[in-house]
Design a protein around this ligand. Sequence first.
Ligand SMILES: *Cc1c(COP(=O)(O)O)cnc(C)c1O
Length: 353
Amino acid sequence: MAFELEKLLRPHILSIKPYSSARDEYSGKIGVFLDANENPYGSLTGEAFNRYPDPYQADIKEKLAPIKGVKPEQIFLGNGSDEAIDLLMRAFCIPGKDNIVLLPPTYGMYEVSAAINDIAIKKVPLTPDFQLQPDSIIEAVDENSKIIFICSPNNPSGNKMDRNAIRKIIEQFSGLVVVDEAYIEFSDEPSFAVELDTFPNLLVMQTFSKAWGLANLRIGMAFASQEIIRILNLIKPPYNISGLTQQKVLESLEKASEIKDLVHKVFEERMYFENELPQFDFVRKIFPTHANFLLVRMDNARQIYEYLISQMIILRDRSKVQLCEDCLRISLGTREENTSLIQALKTYHSNLN
Ligand SMILES: *Cc1c(COP(=O)(O)O)cnc(C)c1O
């Protein structure tokens, strides 16, 4: 089936004229700027936050493009990936009519964002080992299905999805396929961003919140065709990424090569848990992970979760989530943090016996 962007978008989107900011109308960097009603004297903190930031984050995109193997025009930056998720729904899905397809268990924001936008959800669960069911997914879509969200490596299960299964879905669906790669740095799998030129209906999301250590600054990436990126830029709030964030991301990009050291450390912590956790007879299964967290099935998961809270150790309780019954999700911390978790589990264990 052919992908036609104009037909897939909500009709009114095509006729929107974007807000034209002062920095759109004159984008030079040198001059006497009396056009944006800014405070000319500076900021109360003594720093210079008084000028509006670059609305399209050109410096970041120029540095990021070669790292990701895409063109600057194929990059959208949002206030977290969560902003991109919301903008996609608003661009493509007619409230009360259209639907998106989710593959649970998966990241919770897709569903929340759909609910806020009054967009229906079709769910096609993953298999018990958290793989895609491409045929059931294609069977589930109807003429109002606009977006399929695939998370790989998947949150909360941690596994990567079979690449051919993802390709099959992209090839057989005439709507947009979002591949959310928030944890791609921890995986041995290459990004789907390298396949953008093959698939006009593909959008790849990544984030600076996980491996890059910038969750607090709120910045996420979307990679897609120039046409799709143009639409996201058209409907985003004009200054969606703060200047401070842009500055810190630029600094981080200079050190991009250090990410692999961090990823290596995370591997070691993954191995630490894989060695330590099996000593507890209440641990039933450690799911294989390609991310910076582990999903672990255990007896009395909820009770263990609450015991750990009493010890000021906070895990994510996924025990009531479909296919994650009796599971807790453990973010891989520093060795000190991870050791304190293992110590607490030892105490819990000896209290049992
Ligand atoms: C953490 C996470 C994100 C990142 O969201 P941000 O808004 O960029 O912080 C996106 N997708 C998944 C699956 C995640 O787990």
